[in-house]
Design a binder for this molecule. Structure first.
Ligand code: CO
Length: 158
């Protein structure tokens, strides 16, 4: 088990467009394992490689269902439908939450750690997490998409 440091608001890594993964090697496997450990420790639902300072198109999502940790390499959103408006946060922005509108249903095409392509559908929280994490790979954070920030009283209620 190895934890990586999560960069915080203001770090340049959060504003960069990440490069595609070309080598599906041991280094990638180690990054994914470390990201999963880091996400679990932080008790989050998703983590993108730039959040641990690696500017590659890699992210993971775990909404606590039967899928466990979903590893997305070079992910692309291929289809969206519906919409949802709800509270969203980010491990790089502790104690900040915003109302963000996202699609209710999202289809993602990605590669696994061995380079094999797959398609994954997400609904509700999982759709939101896919969008949030893939945004990170393009240097976009949830604050950029916020309708408004939640105030401390609202955060306590939520
Ligand atoms: Co985030």
């Amino acid at each position: 088990m190895a934890l990586r440091d999560i960069v915080l608001e203001g770090d340049k890594a959060l504003t960069k467009v990440c490069r595609p993964v070309e080598k599906f090697d041991e280094k990638l496997a180690k990054l994914l394992d470390d990201m999963a450990d880091t996400l679990k420790k932080a008790d989050g639902v998703g983590l993108a490689a730039p959040q641990v300072g690696i500017l590659r198109r890699v992210c993971i999502v775990d909404v606590g269902d039967e899928d466990g940790v979903i590893e997305l390499i070079n992910p692309e959103i291929t289809e969206t439908s519906g919409n949802q408006s709800g509270a969203e946060g980010c491990l790089s922005f502790p104690n900040q939450y915003a109302v963000v509108e996202r699609p209710m249903f999202v289809t993602v095409k990605a590669q696994d750690r061995n380079g094999n392509e797959f398609v994954k559908k997400g609904e509700g929280l999982k759709a939101r997490a896919f969008c949030h994490e893939i945004d990170h790979l393009n240097g976009v954070v949830f604050i950029d998409r916020a309708e408004r920030m939640l105030d401390p009283e609202e955060i306590e209620k939520a």
